[in-house]
Design a protein around this ligand. Structure first.
Ligand code: SF4
Length: 356
C-alpha cells in the first residue's frame, strides 16, 4: 500500500437549506450534513467510515465524487482539484472514481440486460465496441464470480448477493483507482455479506483499488478497513488505524459505539456504557461539542467550545477537549470486572425465574 494520498479532503462542508411549506417553500434553517471534514485516502487502502444513521457519511461519499456540489472545502484526487474541473474533465476523471450503492437493484436499470449495462461505461469511457467489448464484459462477470452467460439476463433474475456483484462489476468496468462503497452489504444476509466483503478484499489485492467503505456495522468495518473514521453529526470525531481505534478508542462516542456492538460473550465486561438517547437533529445541532448532550464526561466547556480534531498519537486524531484525561477504556473494564461475575449470575437467576 502506498503512503502517498490518492485522495485528499480538506475542510469539506455541505449545508442543505431546510424548507417548509408545499407551494411557497420557506427556508427555515440549514442542515449541516457535512461540517468541516478533513482526511485522506492512500492508494490501495481501505478507509472505513462509521456512525449512526444521519451522521453524514453517505453525503460525504457523494461529495468526494462530486455527485453533489460541496458548500466549501477542497477535494484533491490524483493531483486534480475535483471542484475546479469542468464537465468534460470531470467525466474523464470519473473513470478512476466509482461508487457501489447499498441497494443494487435500485441502482441497476431494469430495462437493460447485464451485457447492455456493462457496455455503457465501456463505450463511454473506454471507446470499446464489438469483440473486445464482449471479451471485457465476460472478464468482468467472471472477475466478480458470475458467468459470461449472465450477460443476457436482466437484474430481476438475480438474487440480492448476485445483484451486488453486478454493481461491483459495473464499478470495475473502468478500472478505477478509488471506489466509494456506500453501505454495500447492509441489505444482504450475513452469509452473503461475508462473500461480498471477501470479494472486495480480493479485488483490492488484485487491482490495488482504494476503498472508502461506509457502513454502520462495526464488525464489517473492522474486517475490511486499514484505517477507520468515526463520524457524528457531520464531523469526524476520531480517526486512526484499525488496531488503534478498536484496541484503544479515545473519543467517548467511539467507546459507546463499540460498547453497543453485539459481542459473542454477553457476560464479557463492557469497556464503556452503551450510548443512550437519539442523535440530535442536524437542523439544530447542540452548541460546542455536538456530542455533549449524550456524553457521560461532558463538562461546561463542552457546551461552549467546538473541539478541534487533534493528533494524540501517530496517525490517531480525536476531537475531544478531554480525550487525554478521560479514564481509559481498560480502566473502566478493570473497575467493572469484579461485578461481571455477579451480573452474569444475576442474569442467569432472572432467566431461570422467568422459565420456571
Ligand atoms: Fe464529551 Fe466534552 Fe469530549 Fe465532547 S468534548 S466528547 S462532550 S468530554
Amino acid at each position: 500500500m502506498s503512503e502517498t494520498p490518492l485522495l485528499q479532503v480538506e475542510r469539506l462542508v455541505k449545508h442543505f437549506p431546510a424548507k417548509r411549506g408545499v407551494l411557497f417553500q420557506r427556508i427555515i434553517g440549514t442542515v449541516k450534513a457535512v461540517d468541516d471534514i478533513t482526511f485522506d485516502v492512500r492508494a490501495g487502502e481501505t478507509v472505513g467510515v462509521v456512525g449512526e444513521s444521519g451522521c453524514g457519511k453517505s453525503t460525504m461519499g457523494r461529495l468526494v465524487l462530486r455527485l453533489i456540489e460541496p458548500t466549501s472545502g477542497k477535494v484533491t484526487f490524483d493531483g486534480h482539484d475535483v471542484r475546479e474541473l469542468n464537465r468534460e474533465r470531470l467525466r474523464v476523471l470519473r473513470r478512476d472514481m466509482q461508487i457501489i450503492f447499498q441497494d443494487p437493484y435500485a441502482s441497476l436499470n431494469p430495462r437493460l440486460s447485464v451485457g447492455e449495462m456493462l457496455a455503457e461505461p465501456l463505450r463511454l469511457h473506454g471507446g470499446m465496441s464489438g469483440a473486445p467489448m464482449k471479451a471485457r464484459i465476460d472478464e468482468l462477470l467472471t472477475t466478480v464470480g458470475l458467468s459470461s452467460w449472465h450477460a443476457l439476463r436482466y437484474p430481476h433474475e438475480f438474487s440480492g448477493g448476485q445483484r451486488q456483484r453486478l454493481g461491483i462489476s459495473r464499478a470495475l468496468a473502468t478500472r478505477p483507482k478509488l471506489i466509494v462503497c456506500d453501505e454495500p452489504v447492509s441489505a444482504l444476509d450475513v452469509s452473503i455479506q461475508a462473500q461480498v466483503i471477501n470479494l472486495l478484499k480480493s479485488l483490492q489485492k488484485r487491482f490495488g483499488i482504494a476503498y472508502i467503505f461506509i457502513a454502520h456495522d462495526l464488525a464489517v468495518v473492522r474486517h475490511i478497513s486499514d484505517r477507520v473514521a468515526v463520524m457524528y453529526l457531520g464531523r469526524i470525531v476520531e480517526m486512526a488505524d484499525k488496531k488503534a481505534l478498536f484496541g484503544r478508542p479515545m473519543h467517548p462516542y467511539t467507546r459507546a459505539l463499540l460498547a453497543a456492538a453485539p459481542v459473542a460473550d454477553p457476560t464479557a465486561p463492557k469497556k464503556a456504557a452503551p450510548i443512550e438517547g437519539d442523535i440530535p437533529s442536524p437542523l439544530r445541532p447542540p452548541s460546542g461539542c455536538t456530542f455533549h448532550t449524550r456524553c457521560p464526561f461532558a463538562q461546561e466547556r463542552c457546551k461552549r467550545d467546538v473541539p478541534e480534531l487533534r493528533t494524540l498519537a501517530a496517525g490517531h486524531t480525536v476531537a475531544c477537549h478531554f480525550a487525554e484525561s478521560l479514564p481509559s477504556a481498560d480502566d473502566i473494564a478493570a473497575r467493572a470486572a469484579p461485578y461481571a461475575g455477579r451480573l452474569a449470575a444475576y442474569r442467569r437467576a432472572v432467566a431461570q425465574a422467568r422459565a420456571a
